[in-house]
Design a protein around this ligand. Sequence first.
Ligand code: PEP
Ligand code: MG
Length: 872
Amino acid sequence: MANKWVYLFSEGNANMRELLGGKGANLAEMTGLGLPVPQGFTITTEACTQYYEDGREINDEIQGQINEYIVKMEEITGKKFGDKENPLLVSVRSGARASMPGMMDTILNLGLNETVVEAIAAKSGNARWAWDCYRRFIQMYSDVVMEVGKKYFEELIDKMKADRGVQQDVELTADDLKELAAQFKAEYKEKIGEDFPDDPKEQLMGAIKAVFRSWDNPRANVYRRDNDIPYSWGTAVNVQSMAFGNMGDDCGTGVAFTRDPATGEKHLMGEFLKNAQGEDVVAGVRTPMPIAQMEQEFPEAFEEFVKVCKTLEDHYRDMQDMEFTVENRKLYMLQTRNGKRTAQAALKIACDLVDEGMRTEEEAVAMIDPRNLDTLLHPQFDAAALKAATPVAKALGASPGAACGKIVFTAEDAETWNARGEKVVLVRLETSPEDITGMKASQGILTVRGGMTSHAAVVARGMGTCCVSGCGDIVMDEANKKFTLAGKEYHEGDFISIDGSTGNIYDGIIPTVDATIAGEFGRIMGWADKFRTLKVRTNADTPADAKKARELGAEGIGLCRTEHMFFEEDRIAAFREMICSDTVEEREEALEKILPYQQGDFEALYEALEGCPVTIRFLDPPLHEFVPTEEDDIKKLADAQGKSVEEIKGIIQGLHEFNPMMGHRGLRLAVTYPEIAKMQTKAVIRAAINVQKKHSDWTVKPEIMIPLSCDSKELKYVKDIVVATADAEIAAAGVELEYQVGTMIEIPRAALTADEIAKQADFFCFGTNDLTQMTYGFSRDDAGKFLDAYYDAKIFENDPFAKLDQVGVGKLMEMAIKLGKPVNPNLHVGICGEHGGDPSSVEFCHKIGLDYVSCSPFRVPIARLAAAQAAI
Ligand code: PEP
Ligand code: MG
């Protein structure tokens, strides 16, 4: 049987989102619920995949089914493509499985040509509307389908407005718009070399192709990578009969949320724009009215809309984000989806839904996107500084958080300035999808136009970047990179501070401080902790980091990189002496100086962790990173060691390695210089003994972690040194102290021989940074230079250093566990590479039976939530 590529809205339902995309599945579901949905059909995501398989062509079978469904749609609506009496006009919109707002393309008013325009003008008695639709269609079709830049058409509109002496598009007359349509078509012919297509079916096939093609546009590719959406999913295409919001003052179009997407408060939120179509609201070109105002002007449609909102919320048991149109006072639903929301709102809504009896605790935990939590942990303004400051203006708090930075006016400048280490606030009339990378590079975004649902607001919320939108008080002069606000002229590079929660704008610098989390966050985290089985530790090298991580719920330290404890001025001197020693005696002398630093640090870490496990990883520095390069420092070192500058330079030269990442680091250092391992062992054990003495109610049980092993004999060699030293320390102190010695699995050979290695280790911890580097053979420091080409060529969808490669690296991990556990049933296993804080990697770690993940302090809550979701 032939594949079914097309579904009427009445043939689908909400469970078919893989096939119909989110929008298509929800249009079908709304149809099933009997809501007022203009009818149409959905071309499946499989058809999109097929389009790419067929070399970016829609094959005959799919085209045939589309044509069949046009006929069905004509029967359902009683309208006909190209008909003079009752023409069918449609919208063509993308709709992937996961919503990707603003990333792909939409075409409205398809089906128009000169004949049809005249017909609908006559029938409606509204020539202005008819020609407005046509000029919009030519513009959109040219831009989206034929890729003729929008700007040519915008220039023509601006010229027309200037000629007519008017400010707003709505002030143009029917004749003006008719004339514009003619100019647009001429522009099209000039750019494309052909007449603008008149045949609605030809238009439709072109539009469908364009939507399929837009799945692969650069901004969609970036969005997918950021949001973990696989390329292989493809997008569906929805062809829907048009409802017109631009037919006059008894029409309009709106976007609304059933709860506040910024705070989560339970009240209807949204905007409505009279006599307008689709993108006008989101584009922020005109400022819409708040949804509540619709009640006065469109009472029947508003009343029905409120009912629909309730129906949809009760049905989906989640906050809905809806698009609708009012045509001649009648309501039409164009879309509903679970609304994107800020992290705060997500937590509040999830808790409220539990309190309202709509969701279980498990469901509430599963509803929160762990990556979103990041934004809660972002800076806020220092409270005292904020109190002392007076806002110079207030606009919409579109995405929470606080930002302070230098003003830039273009997305490119935001990127360049950020790359050279400057903090910037991007100030724009409005943003468009092309600005995404610049928005990402900014601390905050401030726009002159647009509401809560404008592009800037929606995208900033998604990225967790602070945004204040719709500040109409700004008099913008983009060309000269300046604006005026509250009587002051601001230039590029001036400081500005914005508060994305209140919408306040401040002149100059207001310092920011770290966020503190409480309330609903604690409730959700409490539930998450109840459901998860995977423990969450932190990677912390300083007591301050460790304390922060404890506050955020870390249950131990999974990685303390001891070489990071030597970056301070006075410490690095002793460390350099150790590296540049050329006899054991010299080295031991330098190590004696280092020991007290290490012991002190370890004591502080044990204190911060209050008896929770602390894993201390023995030195793993690429040595060349620590040697002095400045003449002054070299001289200082020479003096300290009683050597000549030349001698020191000779030693430094001797340390040079062609491939330091695969060089003299990790436990190789302990093999060549056992005295280093001895010193570190003494520091660990002495610190533990001291802290244990102070806190008899804690169990201080150090975990010594030997990095980068590749062979069991190699590990045994170092372990024997550690054990002998530790036991001697414990005996000398006359105390009892338990400790463990484990290793990092970072080299494929360690994973492959894990059964042997496990005989020598109390625990394994996967160092997936190195394990990824060595499994792929990609330098972790340089891969960034070529990975972009891999994304562009669709070889990779993600950076394997950020998201664990489950297929290759993951297989090694599974193998190591399977080989290691039978040999050593008490072996406990964790991960401490960067992947330990990435939600999908955490899920994988749960699945393969790890005991814990360890990640940087601010990612601890993300890992806790991801671990709970993996267990639910
Ligand atoms: C690792 O390799 O994953 C790891 C945690 O160690 P480092 O990043 O210090 O090499
Ligand atoms: Mg490593």
